[in-house]
Design a protein around this ligand. Structure first.
Ligand code: GLC
Ligand code: GLC
Length: 828
């Protein structure tokens, strides 16, 4: 069953009934001001940091209630029963005659109809602005005139959102507002150390307002039946303490057939410290600095211009890579939704969604480095800045803070460090960035450690530290020590926690000198190989005058030696006969081996070791992948391991805390599946790679929406595995490394269009039944129009660029001034 459909021409998902299995959400904003918005206009907005600068209050753990957000109420002032409703369905939930929500790229449009009144609300954030627009278009489709009251409401929260949920003995006394010239200003804490405030404006004259929540709702009433809406009358309340809100009342008279637009603007503004107040010795907000922007966006023509600019912006971004293949799900995800989700995960890491509170995790080091992989080509400058931010949170030991706060760029001390895979991911993002852009200069940028002034060294030195960090932490089998955890945050081999409520990620009862990770071994080989290649190519770039590289390179013989030793250790202790083992526990016993009772085979080391090239030549990779196919693959994707853990194991940690089939205990992590797709592509199995791709492709799962439950247009972190009663049910949509990795798997390994240092590589490993496909790809300022045609079976490639045949699979970067290159790839 479906709850909507894809409108690919408009790049929208159209939801046709409001009570979707879970709120189906979208994101507004792409720069500094952001909003999370559901299909009924729930959610919240914030400036840069969902914890420290949130404008709209949010109630956590709210996934299916979706009980707060952006409220609009319509009231039929003519009706005797005082009919009122929410045109977005929530919070009133009055049945609507028509309803449609269109989630688009950076905007959401909700249209509905009741009692002859059609309402359409367009929510979006103009580029370059720290405000959101709710443009309400009302059409009177009645035979006669209509007298309506329109109410808007938001509950403010512009202080630490964590504090908001816990420290109300204080917060109940700090709320302050001003209402001046038809605009509501929320200025709690502005009197002291904040220089920012929120405002809520409306294009129509207000007949009333409320800023004290209980005055608007009435005591013991919810947002579904505010007293002021029921009565059709506000009380012009001014909040002092308690719960400051912004609620506006507008009266509209419309003739039959008439249409009216009302614009609401909710925004964030900062004043310079010495210009906070006007007059200067008063406590009144200086509004002169924000007047113009508010006035501008209260005009319909400006709103329309800003909306068109947003559409053009997305056309440009998505235009960087467009494909046309025989498979619609591939086309739709690559061309629209997967690229969009990649942007969203780049912006938010794992911080703010309906499953991530926005107050806890900040930006993950490992997560953000991987999110970058799919994002590079969209806005390389922002990728560069993010890489430098991440590197600046690296510790002098070479380790990394597991997470950092985006507003301050400071590492998060609560979680700390010691996740031993973390630093290696930086190598993957930096090398991918240089391959995409040719920007060798990034390696010379001086970057501090732990943001400490005076510790700066060239970015290259950070990569060197990452390598060193692993080499200094080798365990008894010659494999890397795992530390608190590796990619699998829940494989906590040094934790041994027997106290309820202890954090599995930060509790460590063992000294960490025994438990090892085969996964990190694979990641190390992959990263160290990248370092060898980087070194080689840097030498060439220096000779050609394209790079400075004023630092000493890690000698490649040493690196090759490190790689050889690591591979030797993997084959000696990390190979189980038919697949790669996962780890060694604190007793020195294997995890992910046929010797184990449960958890005999894991997906992660199969993906990572094969991506690193292990066993590709000698058939052991194929053997491991067959084991994955036989033991881990399900119609809904590939599970993390089998058999699932049926009880809690002290020596394994959080992984065994989940019921079988959920999350890290044998759930289907959409993040790891693409590693297997890439591995299959590496050994030439295009059919299997693409089959795996489709099993978790959200669009391909659309008709399973009742089971899948999450949005059919984006990846979820997890789909319940085969041990779960609801096998196939997805959870934790949107903010997941699945976005970047699926994008990489399909575009770079299955379609095979890969940036390299020398040029664009074209080496598809597509399904045998595909006769042809086309790709348009922008790469280093040049447009590549690629047409691939199958001439025979197999994955051989013969390339022609602008009519000339090319040796090998890489199209060298053409001479400066070239705008377009036409490529023909003959496959077979
Ligand atoms: C979550 C985390 C990620 C981790 C994964 C597996 O998605 O954000 O860092 O690798 O779970 O535990
Ligand atoms: C929890 C989650 C896991 C996540 C980790 C990070 O353990 O289950 O997926 O990566 O928290 O904090």
């Amino acid at each position: 069953m479906q709850f909507g459909y894809f409108d690919d021409t408009r790049r929208e998902y159209v939801i046709t009934q409001p009570d979707t299995p879970l709120p189906w959400i979208n994101y507004l904003g792409c720069e500094e001001y952001f909003g999370v918005i559901s299909n009924t206009a729930g959610g919240y907005s914030f400036y840069r940091d969902a914890r420290l600068r949130r404008l709209i209050r949010y109630r956590y753990n709210n996934a299916s209630l979706d009980s707060s957000g952006r409220c609009i109420y319509l009231r039929d002032d003519d009706s005797s029963g005082h009919l009122f409703w929410s045109p977005t369905w929530q919070p009133v939930r009055h049945p609507l005659d028509e309803y449609e929500c269109r989630h688009g790229l950076g905007y959401t449009i909700i249209r509905s109809k009741l009692a002859g009144i059609e309402a359409q609300i367009r929510f979006f954030i103009p580029l370059g602005e720290n405000l959101e627009i709710w443009e309400l278009t009302l059409t009177n489709q009645r035979e006669g005139p209509a007298n309506l009251s329109v109410f808007s409401a938001v509950e403010f929260c512009l202080w630490d959102a964590q504090d908001d949920a816990t420290n109300f003995q204080r917060n109940y006394s700090i709320g302050e507002v001003e209402v001046v010239d038809n605009i509501i200003y929320h200025k709690s804490e502005y009197r002291e150390r904040r220089n920012h405030f929120a405002y809520f404006a409306c294009s129509e004259p207000l007949v009333g307002y409320d800023t004290q929540r209980e005055a608007f709702l009435g005591s013991y009433r919810g947002w579904d039946s505010p007293q002021a809406v029921e009565k059709g009358q506000m009380s012009n309340s001014l909040a002092l303490g308690w719960q400051p809100i912004g609620a506006q009342h507008v009266k509209i008279q419309m003739k039959a057939g008439e249409q009216k637009k009302i614009i609401f603007v909710l925004g964030y503004h900062e004043n310079a410290q010495d210009e906070k107040f006007d007059p200067p010795d008063s406590q009144t907000i200086n509004k002169s600095t924000v007047k113009a922007v508010i006035a501008r966006y209260l005009q319909t023509n400006e709103v329309e211009k800003a909306f068109q600019a947003l559409r053009i912006y997305w056309d440009g971004l998505l235009g960087k890579l467009q494909v046309s293949t025989p498979d619609d799900h591939t086309n739709r995800m690559v061309n629209i939704w997967n690229a969009y989700q990649v942007m969203v995960t780049f912006n938010f890491s794992r911080s703010a969604s309906y499953f991530e509170s926005g107050i806890g995790r900040g930006m993950g080091f490992r997560d953000s480095n991987q999110d970058l992989l799919g994002f590079m080509h969209l806005i390389p400058e922002r990728a560069r800045a993010r890489i430098l931010d991440l590197a600046a949170t690296q510790l002098p030991s070479g380790g990394a803070y597991h997470q950092y706060q985006p507003l301050t760029n400071r590492g998060n001390n609560d979680i700390g460090s010691g996740f031993n895979d973390d630093p290696l991911w930086l190598i993957l993002s930096v090398t991918a960035y240089i391959k995409e852009t040719g920007d060798w200069g990034i390696l010379d940028v001086l970057v501090p450690y732990d943001n400490q002034v005076g510790t700066e060294e060239p970015l290259y030195g950070h990569l060197q530290h990452s390598i060193q960090y692993t080499l200094e932490r080798i365990g008894p089998h010659g494999l890397p020590l795992i530390g608190r955890a590796d990619w699998n945050d829940c494989l906590n081999l040094n934790c041994f926690s027997d106290q309820p409520g202890q954090s599995f990620q930060t509790t460590t009862n063992k000294d960490g000198k025994v438990a090892e990770s085969v996964f990190i071994a694979g990641l190390f080989v992959l990263a160290a190989r990248e370092m060898v290649e980087l070194g080689k190519k840097l030498e060439v770039a220096k000779k050609e005058g394209k790079a400075v590289g004023d630092f000493s390179l890690l000698p490649s013989p040493t690196l090759l030696q490190n790689i050889a030793e690591m591979e030797k250790a993997v084959w000696a202790a990390g190979w189980d006969g038919k697949w790669f083992r996962r780890a060694y526990d604190d007793f020195g016993r294997p995890v992910g081996s046929k010797e184990c009772e449960e958890g005999q085979i894991f997906i992660e080391p199969q993906g990572m070791c094969i991506m690193a090239g292990l066993g590709v030549e000698d058939g052991r990779a194929a053997l491991a992948l067959d084991s994955v196919f036989e033991q881990l693959a399900t119609p809904h994707g590939i599970v993390l391991h089998q058999p699932a853990y049926t009880r809690y194991y002290l020596h394994l940690g959080e992984i065994s805390s989940y019921p079988p089939g959920y999350k890290e205990n044998a759930g289907i992590f959409c993040h790891t599946n693409p590693w297997i797709m890439i591995a299959e592509a590496k050994i030439g199995h295009g059919d299997r790679a693409h089959d795996y791709y489709l099993r978790i492709n959200p669009s391909a799962r659309e008709n399973l929406s009742e089971l899948h439950r999450c949005e059919p247009y984006v990846y979820a972190q997890m789909i319940a595995g085969k041990d779960a009663p609801l096998h196939g049910e997805a959870k934790n949509s949107w903010l997941t490394g699945a976005a970047a990795w699926n994008y990489i798997a399909i575009t770079q390994w299955i379609l095979g269009i890969r940036p390299t240092y020398e040029g664009l590589e074209i080496k598809p490993v597509v399904p045998s039944g595909w006769k042809d496909f086309e790709v348009r790809r922008h790469f280093r300022g040049i447009r590549y129009l690629i047409r691939a045609e199958r001439r025979a079976t197999g994955n051989g490639v013969r390339l022609e660029a602008d009519g000339k045949s090319i040796e090998g699979t890489v199209i060298p970067v053409p001479p400066a001034g070239t705008k377009e290159v036409r490529v023909l790839a003959r496959i077979g």
